[in-house]
Design a protein around this ligand. Structure first.
Ligand code: IPE
Ligand code: IPE
Ligand code: MG
Length: 253
């Protein structure tokens, strides 16, 4: 996507991406099993989806399961997958009523049969909705996404469907999972960790980063508003000078 240099008129991020972290620690601090943290975290998803729609956010991308998360204990992986199915079945009618369109990024072909079926059903049910785009990152890893894109491109070049001379930053993005999604304006990571953990490495090039010590199960509409307010106070320069940005903001859009 072309960088948006007129930042002042865009105080509400068009696209917010969230690394929902800290479910396990939230549970541990309460003497509960880690899976209870995931259950509570799923309720936070509901709250933040509603808050995003209310704030006028167009895209909300949630990192739900990484390519590396398969290495966790099997019982935890199973609990996360069961929770995904439970939430999709419980919440799809509500998503539909609220005009939310569900999308996924990541290699969902590796999920179990039940999860794939529920996803397919929810995606089809909400396909014609025109409100908030809710993008769930499932079995998502940014390095594998970029590698897959390069392989597809190489294949297209070999089959003369693409020409190396005309490949640029814009048309390369068509090979990514996020091909029809604008780059995030704001990335939020909860739980105090300050790293990207293989999430949207290409797409985050000019995204504003916001880290909070609040764990995901405790993340509330108020915490979410704080992140949006912080975003609104930032000056996004995209490599330009502050003076150039000021001049740009004076111009009618
Ligand atoms: C995020 O919470 C959820 C997933 C990665 C699936 P964690 O489960 O990573 O919680 P912590 O980081 O161990 O506290
Ligand atoms: C990132 O969180 C993945 C998700 C939120 C789904 P992790 O908890 O897996 O990340 P690390 O291992 O702390 O970097
Ligand atoms: Mg974690």
């Amino acid at each position: 996507m072309t960088p948006e240099t007129n930042n002042k008129s865009h105080s509400v991020p068009q696209h917010i991406a969230i690394i929902m972290d800290g479910n396990g620690r939230w549970a541990k601090a309460r003497g509960l099993d880690r899976t209870e943290g995931h259950r509570q975290g799923a309720e936070t998803v509901k709250t933040i989806v509603k808050a995003s729609a209310k704030a006028g956010v167009r895209y909300l991308t949630l990192f739900a399961f990484s390519t590396e998360n398969w290495k966790r204990p099997q019982y935890e992986v199973d609990a996360i997958m069961n929770l995904l199915v439970f939430m999709l079945e419980r919440e799809t009618p509500e998503l539909n009523r609220n005009n939310v369109k569900l999308l996924t990024i990541g290699d969902t072909s590796q999920l179990d049969k039940k999860a794939k079926e529920s996803l397919k059903n929810s995606i089809e049910t909400t396909a014609n909705n025109t409100g908030l785009h809710l993008v769930i990152a499932l079995n998502y890893g940014s390095r594998s996404e970029i590698l897959l894109a390069v392989k597809k491109l190489a294949d297209d070049v070999a089959n003369r469907k693409a020409n190396l001379d005309t490949i640029n930053e814009i048309n390369f993005t068509k090979y990514l999972y996020t091909h029809n999604i604008p780059d995030p304006d704001l990335l939020i990571r909860t739980s105090g960790e300050q790293r990207i953990s293989n999430f949207l490495l290409w797409q985050l090039a000019y995204t504003e980063l916001y880290f909070t010590s609040c764990t995901w199960p405790d993340f509330s509409e108020e915490e979410f508003s704080k992140a949006i307010t912080t975003f609104a106070s930032r000056e996004r320069r995209f490599g330009l000078t502050g003076e150039q940005i000021e001049k740009n903001n004076d111009k009618p859009i």
